[in-house]
Design a protein around this ligand. Structure first.
Ligand SMILES: N[C@@H](CCC(=O)N[C@@H](CS)C(=O)NCC(=O)O)C(=O)O
Length: 250
């Protein structure tokens, strides 16, 4: 298998976590997002949405959407299982992944300022127009335009921060019943949100200097390794991935 991914990408992190959990080897291709390799005609053939990650299977077929890729990997390589055995809980898991996916725009507000926006700000108007023409979705065209020319305001950042923090409240309710987000076992629901929690921790909690667990969120606010968001071995993988991916954050 070949994984097209980026170290700083939350969606890519999900797939890397899933592959690590399954112990699956894969060939890695790091997509150069600063050069917009993901909008090249070659890349758009394998992922028409022009985003990372994309998994290329051994027979050449491609898969995109990190949640779907994780489900595919779990069906194809069932050990250890990463989906609840109960069909209702699997449905809850899928809804949770969709819910988290819907929050990615809020993450972009914080993510892109570190690297992509710095590169995009240097493009001339002509270059920018040319690059925007290649972005396949209107939503991401807007995100690139904002990165290049119109930094998010403090109000917009506050709104995005608020929406991300609401995820923690949902998680607090879900984990409150047991150790994991859905059912009694670690699943793709947990994998789906780990990169978001990490980012919230780096971009929001630390900047607000809220190091101590919040009394409102005693479970999520404590160490994710201890709460079941990442289990032991994932924690090590996750930390290693973070070190690689987060060099930009300092
Ligand atoms: N729903 C998609 C989201 C993929 C996505 O938005 N990837 C981001 C990185 S986390 C990306 O490629 N952004 C580049 C761009 O929008 O130009 C998934 O889960 O795979």
């Amino acid at each position: 298998m070949l994984l097209h991914h980026a170290w700083r990408s939350s969606a890519s992190r999900r797939v890397r976590l899933c592959l690590a959990e399954k112990g699956l080897a894969y060939e890695s291709h790091v997509v150069d997002m600063e050069r917009m390799e993901h909008h090249s005609p070659e890349y758009l053939k394998v992922n028409p949405n022009g985003v990372v990650p994309t998994l290329i299977l051994d027979d050449g077929r491609s898969l995109h959407e990190s949640g779907t890729i994780c489900e595919y990997l779990d069906e194809t390589y069932p050990d250890p299982p990463l989906r609840p055995s109960d069909s209702y809980q699997r449905a809850v898991m899928r809804n949770w992944i969709r819910h988290v996916d819907g929050s990615i725009g809020n993450l972009i507000v914080f993510n892109w300022v570190h690297s992509l926006a710095k590169v995009a700000a240097k493009w001339s108007d002509e270059e920018l127009a040319e690059r925007l023409r290649k972005v396949p979705s209107r939503e991401r065209q807007e995100a690139w335009f904002r990165a290049a020319r119109k930094p998010y305001t403090e109000e917009e950042r506050a709104e995005a921060r608020h929406k991300l923090v609401l995820l923690l409240d949902r998680m607090e309710e879900m984990i409150g019943q047991g150790r994991w987000l859905v059912g009694d076992a670690y699943s793709i629901a947990d994998i789906a949100v780990v990169p978001f929690v990490k980012r919230i921790d780096e971009e929001i909690a630390r900047r607000n200097q809220r190091r101590a667990p919040s009394p409102r969120r005693p479970v999520v606010g404590s160490d994710p390794g201890a709460t079941g968001l990442c289990r032991g071995e994932d924690r090590a993988v996750y930390d290693a991935l973070s070190r690689k991916g987060l060099a930009w954050a300092s």
